[in-house]
Design a protein around this ligand. Sequence first.
Ligand code: BT5
Length: 335
Amino acid sequence: MPANYNEKQIPIDTKILKTLRSAGAGFVSGADIANTCGISRAAIWLRIESLRQIGFEIEAVPHLGYKLVSTPDLLIADDIASLLNEDVIIGRDIQVYTSTSSTNDIVLKLATSNVAEGSVVFAEYQTNGRGRLGRSWISPAKKGLWFSVLLRPNLSPQLSSRIIIMASTSLVKAINQVTGIQASIKWPNDILINGKKTAGILTEIGTELDKINYIVLGIGINVNLSKGDLPQTLSKTATSLMIESGSKVHRPTLAAAVINQLDSDYKTLSKGNFTIIAEEWERFCETIGKNVTIHVGDRIIKGRAEAVDTDGSLMVRTQHGRLERVIGGDVTLEK
Ligand code: BT5
């Protein structure tokens, strides 16, 4: 790969926004932005005008240059990309759909078209958002983060649950960074605040012989939903970051924080350091140490959740004293 591979791929608007952000509350001269982007000052002016039209507030002062005052609460690929760390794998390509059936459907197509891992697809609205086992996921327009990530981890299919363990840990950390809220994890795939579901994870896996070909990691985060955005049937079990914190959360900021965190944790996992992630996960997980009932298909397992195993499965001490390894299922916590 040539040394300037990433440099070549960065779109102009991402570069402009990154340069403006690097000045913090200060100004950057048109000449400096033009230099960084390799285009004329007149062309920069045109790009700034088009950014203003989609809601970026950019101040221009003669002799000082440009200052980024505020950015819209919209998912815009160039904007999210401008907030990412250098050399990310997850997030190296970002696409945003205004509306789609399910972002997992789009990424499944990328997965089977040999696209490299790391693509992230967001939708402002999903007409057919999916949960596990054919359940549906409510995805109102411009209120949440509904997105999917294409991964091709070098793991055997038996270890694929590690990706859910990783993603739930990343979500708790990113939510805490941006909102200060300490969420918890309910094994296997729920992020809870005050006992109510704020985010869910759906992975879909393609295998080839004894290898994972792809994992589509689908994540739904209820960000600025108000109570009225959720159906009555979910009023006791679901919540959003806005409902819990009392204030709106800037979605592009959260989107970038989640991608940066996923990227960093994925790199830890890829280096073979799953135990670092598993230890964090256990600290955040409210299922560990509790008496649980787990429905796996028609089977019901009752016991005490003791730990997460190296493959990402839950270790449950049953009433008969046996240690059972549980791969997936629906957990009810017993009082
Ligand atoms: C999940 O399933 O929690 C996985 C959710 C994954 C959603 C993302 S959004 C981006 C990507 N594209 C998709 O199409 N999906 C992924 P599960 O554990 O089966 O939970 C589903 C259940 O949660 C439903 O049956 C409802 O009871 C409840 N539910 C539905 N929408 C919800 C919401 N927005 N917030 C909280 N609970 C919800």
